[in-house]
Design a protein around this ligand. Structure first.
Ligand code: URA
Length: 213
């Protein structure tokens, strides 16, 4: 089975998932959408009301802004992959709870492994703090590229809903972050590591970062 087929299997598993309490209140599982071979993947927090009804991430007003910002760097939604940390809507749009995040983690991990994007953009405080494993807020973290899990570049930016609430300042910062995304995508891929010398002892196993830091 190739990666695209395995992603379809993972999606089918997610659609049938009852691993946490969100299964009881969801209308639909919102697995993710876009190019299964994308170089760029967006990760938000969790589906909201519109997403729960339509089964697709970022379809409300925040999603429209995301689509607009993408078009400004020459991309369409179908060029990228869009998903959330948690695949089912928390009731009343509350923050996902730790056990819900844990229950959903195999799906996000599988998406990252199978799509294998070079660049990951976290949208908003929640996804950014979780994936970078930090308490530092988005306002301080954004504007930079971070070396992340399995050689990926992580670029944090505001949640588009924050730009809708916060006006021009937040929107201008998001435009800068999207320009950084464009620049990072356009940069040549890192050269492969030097081959190990044959006669020296193998180095100690490097510490493998977990998905959440
Ligand atoms: N907010 C999110 O974090 N994700 C969505 O899919 C929609 C709104």
């Amino acid at each position: 089975m190739n990666a695209i087929e395995r992603l379809a299997v993972l999606r089918a598993e997610a659609l049938a998932c009852t691993a946490c309490r969100l299964a009881e209140t969801r209308t639909q599982v919102v697995f993710g959408v876009g190019d299964p071979e994308a170089d760029l993947m967006f990760i938000g927090e969790a589906p909201g009301r519109n997403e729960d009804l339509q089964g697709e991430p970022f379809v409300g007003a925040a999603g429209k802004l995301l689509t607009q910002l993408l078009s400004e760097i020459g991309l369409e939604r179908s060029d990228v992959y869009i998903a959330n940390v948690v695949k089912c809507r928390p009731p009343g749009n509350r923050d996902p709870r730790p056990d819900e995040i844990d229950a959903c983690k195999p799906f996000l991990r599988g998406q990252l492994e199978l799509i294998d994007p070079r660049v990951v953009v976290t949208l908003g405080n929640f996804a950014t703090k979780l994936l970078l494993r930090t308490e530092t807020g988005i306002t301080r973290l954004r504007g930079h590229v971070y070396a992340w899990w399995r050689g990926k570049h992580l670029i944090p930016t505001y949640h588009p809903a924050a730009a809708l609430r916060g006006g021009e300042r937040v929107l201008a910062a998001m435009r800068d972050d999207f320009a950084l995304v464009r620049q990072t995508l356009d940069a040549p891929p890192e050269p492969p590591p030097e081959p190990e010398p044959v006669h020296e002892p193998a180095p100690a196993e490097p510490r493998q970062l977990g998905l959440f830091g």
